[in-house]
Design a protein around this ligand. Structure first.
Ligand code: SAM
Length: 471
């Protein structure tokens, strides 16, 4: 039985409920009166249910689809403004005991070079990342209780936070590791992680079990209930995601929203972020084998609808996507992107190309400086802000900031100040010129006069080599 408040995976992600939802969506996709009323409801920024959202996803009326894009763009502008938060993944270890058929880290892959970074190697990686200008990382590791136990992850987080090289610092470490116990989530919380990210891969249980034939990840319930355990362990910023291409996208989309509704129903706070990875070519992996790949157009529609249906949730897009696709979906509601990513273990300090330890091919291969300049040329403010969780604004406190529309007095000046740091410490001449101009213009968009004046003062302080100001 479907029950969003249940703590059992098969009850809050209920197969029959998804099938009914898809049937309802098919029956109503040409019901333009209903579609219009849903779009009207979405304009109120209260979000839409998985059923309502699925009708919009199924609707193919061009005029309405355009309205969905327009509304997504408007919500993005009204809520998030023009800031884009930057991050980079850091691969710690590709040892893995799972059998995920789409991932080159799977246990039976004997071609891939297995590698686990030592603390000294992590230090070198972090210095290389700091020297690019990164302040926020997402650490990634395969699942291997012997090679990558929780103690290793915790020690690595400690190392990452401890490294202060020149003016650099990693101020927020998000964690993307396999589903684990409440006790381990508590330890991650104590290690002061930002968001705990875990992709569901697919919400379709039968497919999930086939795609994860061996290893602990085979257990659908354990994986699907991980966010509840994370929240029980005190982590209140969690990041959901689906690996698009594995199963039918309409099924996944309904499941993803049901998961968000479940977190809201049980914990009073929805997901902090949603990621939308698409399956990519990798060592031993041919994405064409998975026949549920989605076109760029469908991908954009999914991004727009996530923006409309969960307006308070950040959306993340990685370098799996090309510059062109990123350009399109950033407009539709993406709030966070990675830049200059390496998906190999040790890839930042030594290039990592000669040893084939990478997880998947990266489409966007530009440097961070190039990505930062490109964002500004397109009217976006690249933000290296990490203030929220350091100020204790996590979970529902962050949502309150969003809902009270205080973002413009908080995230906006923080974006400008962290951009200024980037310009001072890491930018090329071209990027610097673009950035100084942008900061000058964007200062006027801070509504509160006191905040604006203080921000101006801090910008001068940053010019004088002081660092790390935040609202
Ligand atoms: N091992 C951890 C787990 O089990 O959740 C997470 C880390 S894994 C390095 C991060 C994500 O990469 C996976 O959750 C999966 O969605 C994605 N991934 C795996 N293979 C991929 C591929 N060939 N193309 C694109 N993304 C892939």
């Amino acid at each position: 039985m479907y029950n969003p408040k249940s703590l059992k995976a098969e009850e809050f992600i209920n197969h029959e409920e998804i099938l009914d939802t898809l049937k309802y969506a098919d029956e109503n996709k040409d019901n333009l009166e209903l579609v219009d009323s849903l779009l009207k409801k979405a304009e109120e920024l209260k979000g839409l249910t998985h059923r309502e959202a699925s009708v919009l996803l199924a609707c193919e009326d061009q005029e309405r689809v355009q309205k969905m894009y327009d509304l997504a763009e408007k919500i993005k502008k009204d809520f998030y403004g023009n800031r884009i938060v930057m991050f980079a993944p850091l691969y710690l270890s590709n040892y893995c005991v799972n059998g995920c058929v789409y991932c080159p880290y799977h246990l039976k892959n004997k071609h891939i070079c297995r590698k686990k970074l030592t603390q000294e190697e992590i230090e070198r990686e972090v210095i290389a990342l700091q020297d690019m200008g990164h302040k926020r990382l997402a650490i990634e590791a395969g699942e291997d209780p012997v090679n990558n136990p929780i103690e290793y992850i915790l020690e690595s987080i400690k190392t990452i936070y401890s490294i202060k090289h020149k003016n650099g610092a990693i101020r927020r470490v998000n964690v993307n590791i396999a589903a684990t116990t409440v006790e381990n989530y508590r330890k991650l919380k104590e290690a002061e992680i930002g968001t705990y990210i875990l992709f569901q891969e697919t919400y379709h249980k039968e497919s999930y079990e086939k795609l994860h034939p061996t290893g602990p990840k085979h257990n659908y319930a354990y994986h699907t209930e991980a966010m509840d355990r994370a929240m029980e362990g005190g982590i209140d910023d969690v990041g959901l995601g689906v690996l698009f291409g594995l199963e039918l996208y309409r099924y996944e989309f309904a499941g993803l929203l049901m998961h968000a509704e479940h977190l809201e129903a049980v914990h009073g706070v929805g997901p902090h972020t949603i990621s939308v990875p698409r399956i990519k070519r990798a060592e031993d992996i041919d994405p064409d084998v998975f026949d549920n790949g989605i076109s760029d157009e469908t991908f954009a529609k999914i991004c727009a609808l996530i923006r409309i249906c969960v307006p308070y949730t950040g959306m993340i897009i990685s370098t799996r996507e090309s510059k062109e696709v990123r350009e399109k979906v950033i407009r539709l509601g993406v709030s966070q992107i990675s830049g200059a990513s390496r998906t190999s273990v040790g890839g930042y300090a030594d290039g990592g190309e000669e040893e084939n330890s990478q997880q998947f091919d990266v489409s966007d291969q530009r440097t961070l400086d190039e990505v930062v300049a490109w964002l500004m040329e397109n009217g976006y403010i690249p933000s290296f802000c990490t203030a929220c969780y350091r100020e204790g604004r996590t979970g529902d406190r962050f949502m309150a900031l969003c809902k009270n529309r205080q973002i413009q007095n908080c995230c906006h000046p923080n974006a400008l100040m962290t951009l200024k740091e980037f310009l001072m410490d890491y930018a090329s001449q071209h990027t610097k010129e673009l950035g100084e101009k942008m900061i000058e213009q964007e200062l006027d968009n801070i509504p509160n006069e006191k905040v604006r004046e203080l921000c101006k003062k801090h910008l001068i302080d940053i010019s004088n080599n002081k660092r790390d100001f935040r609202f």
